[in-house]
Design a protein around this ligand. Sequence first.
Ligand code: UDP
Length: 324
Amino acid sequence: MKVLVTGGAGYIGSHVVLELLDQGFDVSVLDDLSMGARENVDERAEFFLGSILNPEDNAKALEGVDAVIHMAAFKAAGESVENPEKYEKNNVGGTLTLLGSMLDHGIHRFVFSSSAAVYGDPQYLPVDEKHPVVPINPYGQTKLDIEGKLENSYSDRGIRFASLRYFNAAGYDILGRVRIPEAAPNNLLPIVMEAANGTRASLDVFGNDYETRDGTGVRDYIHVTDLAKAHILAVERLEKSSSFTINLGSEKGYSVQEVLDTARTVTGMPILANITGRRPGDPPKLVASSQKAKELLGWSTKHSDLESLISSMWEIYKPAEATF
Ligand code: UDP
């Protein structure tokens, strides 16, 4: 079976490509390299440089494909507030162009990278799939818009979809095969790694006065390889069953302070941190219920404890000359 991964040179995409290849799938990758790194695409995959916004690029990459895992999207919530048009054009417009190309080629299986950002501020915890969807930034809105279109119009046109709502992806391939770290990251874990290896002098902790166990924000971090495995299970399930929407999280919450403490232990580096004000739009705590994914897919996490997450990242981020 052949799977096209759009955005397969990106952080999560390159891990999904590895997992597919390791499990014996044929893989094509379509990526415009605006964010991803060509070096992170395993050489067993066929690589197409191009954009989902271009039907001709889609047509080339869709040749002989049975299912699509669609990960080509912009994902910086803050940037989406500054530049909503960029998010609307690529995340919504690009996805609709890709879906049109799939229908032209008679391809009907679609795994969609959605996000916990569709929920907005959590009204209860853990957040399950029945939680109201009220995004608080354009990024989350683009994900919800596509989920709605899949549900309402593309289902009628024969598309079977899996919407995967990611919580906080972190970690790197345990075998160290994804070598190039994300450029200019926005998320806590890579920023902590950059503060550990000297790429940046320190990091800002966005608030220590939340009603959490140590006052800092709590999130559900999920190892990218655990996340990747769920995509393979989702593609397989779509072969024989109807569409579904699931959360993908570890169901464990770690605070920024706990992340910092563990990172200092794992790396042996001091990691300077300054407490600053809260970041607008940040909920105090966000933790998933992933029961539905476990029941539907038989999925479980293996690498999502904080120490495994951080040590797999440090393998990539640690300075070459360091001896550990
Ligand atoms: N955070 C922080 N400093 C940073 C980046 C993030 O203190 O430089 C905090 C943020 O407030 C949140 C957690 O780390 O509590 C995870 O943030 P991230 O941006 O990685 O993911 P989010 O859950 O916001 O999508």
